[in-house]
Ligand binder design. Structure first.
Ligand code: CXF
Ligand code: ZN
Length: 365
């Protein structure tokens, strides 16, 4: 039996979202239907619009209550609370080896607009539309998602804190803990103090990185970075950040992490490294364009430039660890969150684009 839900439907790239009735398909055996309580907004909800056929339902940081389960689902039941994370196929060699964050079918799974078998979950006025964004499309009151990319939550946390764990917060923390594996006592420079960068800083404090240097152009965000664990902050709009970093780390930084997508920041994130340094990058300047930098800067230091997908996290184990750190007071990511009513999604988007809010979270009820 199909289900009617309300979704924020995007009809043109960069346009306003319109709350409309949609119809969700019947569940396949491995799927669940979730009543979304909250959904975070991530910059990929903005940056990916151009990749999708319109109309489309976005949203990929959903959390909510299981309403219905497919016939093959045994690990959750209606009434359970889940976080929905990224999509993966579960049958390619990388998934098989326990690395779903580099699933061979990641692009199709997260940006394909349909289930992995090509079928549609969602219709609007009787016509199939682009959905299954990150196998969820959680800017909606209800979604269909494969159970494998959901994490059952036992802890008593409000939905606005569960939702953003599925992408941005996990990516920042995971970049430090899983991808770069920054050891205690090593230096880390984080470029960009948004949700991903600040999560990286909190994780860096937990692992004992030192120094932890935050680079941004916004004084308020730098103050927050310091509050969350940065030992030094640098305003790249006022001083030469590489020179400053070299004063703090005369041998160059052991690790850098670029989260801003700003061209000069990526150059600086490479230039500030010492010998055999490692730079993680979670986004790119000028998506898809050739990039004007010289690989010599990497080669000459035997350095590594590492793309970071989802913080190399396996959500089913990693999200529980983050929640534990939060409950111990060691990962206070609630300081990044601002909630909006679902109907105010367009205001939330405007404040996301302007940088007024760090981690906006929509509340569906
Ligand atoms: C995405 C960014 C684009 C590549 C896949 C991972 N992260 C989430 O927003
Ligand atoms: Zn995201």
């Amino acid at each position: 039996m199909t289900t009617t839900a309300t979704a924020a439907v995007l009809h043109e790239v960069g346009g306003d979202f319109k709350l409309q009735d949609i119809v969700l398909d019947d569940l396949q055996a491995d799927e669940i239907r979730v009543r979304i309580e909250a959904c975070g907004i991530c910059h990929t909800d903005i940056g990916a619009q151009g990749l999708l056929a319109m109309p489309a339902v976005l949203g990929h940081e959903g959390a909510g209550i299981v309403e219905e389960v497919g016939i093959g689902v045994t690990n959750v039941v209606p009434g359970d609370r889940v976080i929905i994370s990224f999509g993966f196929c579960n049958h390619c060699p990388n998934c098989f080896e326990g690395r779903p964050y580099v699933c061979d079918n990641s692009v199709q799974s997260n940006f394909g607009g349909t289930r992995l078998d090509g079928s549609n979950t969602t219709t609007l006025d009787g016509k199939a539309i682009t959905a299954s964004f990150f196998q969820q499309s959680s800017f909606a009151s209800q979604v269909i998602t494969p159970v494998r990319n959901t994490v059952k939550v036992e802890q008593d946390l409000p939905p606005e804190l569960l939702a953003p764990l599925g992408c941005g917060i996990m990516t920042g923390a995971g970049a430090v803990m899983n991808t770069l594996k920054v050891p205690a006592g090593e230096s880390l420079v984080v470029f960009g103090s948004g949700a991903v960068g600040l999560s990286a800083i909190m994780a860096a404090k937990i692992v004992g990185a030192n120094p932890i240097i935050a680079v941004d152009v916004n004084e308020q965000r730098l103050a927050l970075a310091q509050d969350l664990g940065a030992t030094h902050v640098i305003n790249a709009g006022k001083v030469n950040s590489v020179e400053k970093i070299m004063e703090i780390c005369p041998r160059g930084a052991a690790f850098s992490f670029e989260t801003s997508g700003v061209e000069s920041a990526l150059n600086d994130a490479i230039d500030c490294l010492g010998m055999a340094g490692q730079c993680g990058m979670v986004t790119v300047p000028n998506y898809g364009e050739k990039y004007p930098f010289t690989p010599f800067g990497i080669f000459v230091k035997a350095a590594t430039l590492q793309g970071v997908f989802f913080g190399s996290a396996v959500p089913n184990t990693f999200l529980g660890q983050i929640i534990d750190f939060y409950q111990q007071g060691r990962f206070p990511y609630d300081k990044l969150v601002k909630t909006y009513s679902f109907k105010d999604i367009n205001r939330a988007m405007t404040e996301t684009k302007s940088g007024d809010v760090i981690k906006p979270v929509l509340l569906m009820d």
